[in-house]
Design a protein around this ligand. Structure first.
Ligand code: BES
Ligand code: MN
Ligand code: ZN
Length: 499
């Protein structure tokens, strides 16, 4: 699908998308189409419940006097609330609806709206970004798709006065979208295709963008003493991997920022095996790693002026004759020992060594890890917010701000010594799950991670509820969301790039 910008006024083919503000206030283009169609637009509104409230859509097929196949009215709500996210949602929502509708061409008319939060060039770029993100499909395993099921949209044109500004603003957004699509693809792939070695291979592809990629196998990790990570993978026929990706976009001396991802390519639970129902979802238990990989692609793609490190621990958690048993004690790279009471609490074991390795080798400004870590975070927050745990107020505030700006829900959760005590083990430095009756499963999981942070500014994002969506969202069709790529790209852009 091609997306372009054009300054010209109304063209005459394909579908037209025009905006309507709250209380049926037509944009200039909507008024123009209404005039040319002898009032068809206002008549359609009068016969419907469409008021122009944010997110409302009304489709008018083939209005008389117009050559457009259809006119789509999109409600933006109050002009004063028409921000970046509102325009993105417009682009995404309309694209998802018309993607396989038979329509080939889509024309958005992005007028300068009085009182809007952003200029029309920026608004046009955001519409285009929404179009791109909303057009995501994963069709590679469909071999019998009928012609009428395939996407029909070929050309999307965003008409606006400030085309140069729109093109310039869209350029980095396209690179971020590529990172997001990379994440969505990796997370959607089944576990027979994406396993530790093949995922490491996907990481290596980032070297074409200037990312330095190193892959550590089991022998190297053993030398480093990563007994916690290796224990999780020891029941699998696949070799565990640790991938280190480095993007150097700032001066050599600039201290890096670091992102760490849980990459459990499939989580059966191990010997503490999960129930059969829904186990297929555990192919996306590498969602944290997927986000880190897509983020590195976005940062390198748009040549962010920052030094960034991405570290992903890639394992498969399987039951077998060589698998780790409940009660086993492993020694982590930090030297701390862990009694593994439940082999299904494996993500924290992987992250324990990945976090320790990252702080030890890179001494970063901060570490942020992402993990589909606990079912409990879904109980607490559902699917609209990820859980944020942080030991640093400034980092937490910045993350919350970036999340709000990018429309990715994020909610702060607590940490404290009282929760930490629940991890005391009778025979080792800690156990990997809290004792009975403690509750707060996401908090105790975060407390476990904190023991491997070594006092650096650190934040943990539990994305078990947000990495995958069972419903369509405006800029994210159901399935892998790539939650976190936007938020962390924004965090870097707003606070950590050199000028
Ligand atoms: N990968 C799961 C968490 C998960 C659950 C992610 C549902 C996405 C959807 C994790 O490894 C896990 O199994 N956690 C256990 C921890 C428990 C054994 C302490 C859980 O949440 O039940
Ligand atoms: Mn598990
Ligand atoms: Zn898991």
């Amino acid at each position: 699908m091609k997306i372009g910008f054009k300054a010209s006024a109304l063209s005459h083919s394909g579908a037209a998308v025009v905006f309507v503000l709250a209380e049926r206030e037509l944009s200039a283009s909507a008024r123009e189409l209404d005039r040319r169609s002898k009032g068809a637009i206002r008549r359609a509104i009068a016969h419907s419940r469409f008021t122009g409230a944010r997110g409302q859509v009304l489709e008018i097929m083939a209005p008389a006097e117009l050559k457009f196949s259809r006119v789509v009215l999109y409600g933006l709500g109050k002009a004063s609330e028409a921000n970046e996210l509102a325009f993105e949602a417009a682009g995404g929502e309309v694209t998802r609806r018309l993607l396989a509708s038979g329509e080939k061409e889509l024309n958005f008319f992005c007028d300068d709206l009085k009182g809007a939060k952003i200029a029309c060039g920026e608004a046009a770029a955001r519409i285009a970004y929404g179009v791109r993100l909303g057009s995501y499909r994963f069709d590679k395993y469909r071999t019998r798709q009928k012609a009428e099921q395939k996407p029909s949209l070929k050309d999307v044109i965003v008409a606006c006065e400030e085309t140069a500004a729109a093109k310039a603003a869209f350029k980095p957004l396209e690179r971020i979208a590529e990172g997001i699509f990379f994440t969505r693809d990796l997370v959607t792939e089944p576990a027979n295709i994406i396993h530790p070695e093949s995922l490491a291979h996907e990481c290596r592809k980032l070297s074409s963008l200037g990312v330095k990629v190193e892959v550590l196998g089991e022998a190297q990790m053993k030398k480093l003493g990563m007994g916690a990570l290796l224990g999780v993978g020891q029941g699998s026929a696949r070799e565990s991997q640790l991938v280190v990706m480095q993007w150097q976009g700032a001066s050599r001396s600039s201290q890096p920022v670091a992102f760490i991802g849980k990459g459990v390519c499939f989580d059966t639970g191990g010997i503490s095996i999960k129930p059969a129902a829904g186990m297929e979802d555990m192919k996306w238990d590498m969602g944290g790693a997927g986000t880190v990989i897509g983020l590195m692609r976005a940062l390198a793609g748009r040549k962010a002026k920052v030094n960034a490190v991405g570290v992903v621990g890639l394992v498969e958690n399987m039951p077998s004759g060589t698998a780790q048993r409940p009660g086993d004690v492993v020694t982590s790279m930090s030297g701390q020992t862990v009694e593994v009471l439940n082999t299904d609490a494996e993500g924290r074991l992987v992250l324990a060594d990945a976090l320790w390795y990252t702080q030890d080798r890179f001494k970063p400004q901060f570490m942020i890890d992402l993990a589909t870590l606990t079912g409990a975070i879904i109980i607490a927050l559902g699917h609209e917010n990820a859980g944020l745990f942080a030991n640093d107020e400034q980092l937490a505030e910045r993350l919350l701000g970036a999340a709000k700006a990018e429309g990715e829900g994020l909610w702060r959760m607590p940490l404290s010594d009282e929760y930490d005590k629940a991890l005391e083990s009778p025979i080792a430095d800690m156990q990997n799950i809290a004792g009975p009756g403690v509750g707060g499963g996401s908090v105790t999981a975060a407390q476990f991670l904190q023991r491997f942070v070594n006092k650096l500014p650190w934040a943990h994002l539990d994305i078990a509820g947000t990495a995958w969506s069972k419903k369509d969202r405006p800029t994210s069709p159901k399935g892998a969301t790539a939650y976190g790529v936007r938020l962390l790209d924004r965090l870097v852009r707003d606070h950590y790039e050199s000028k």
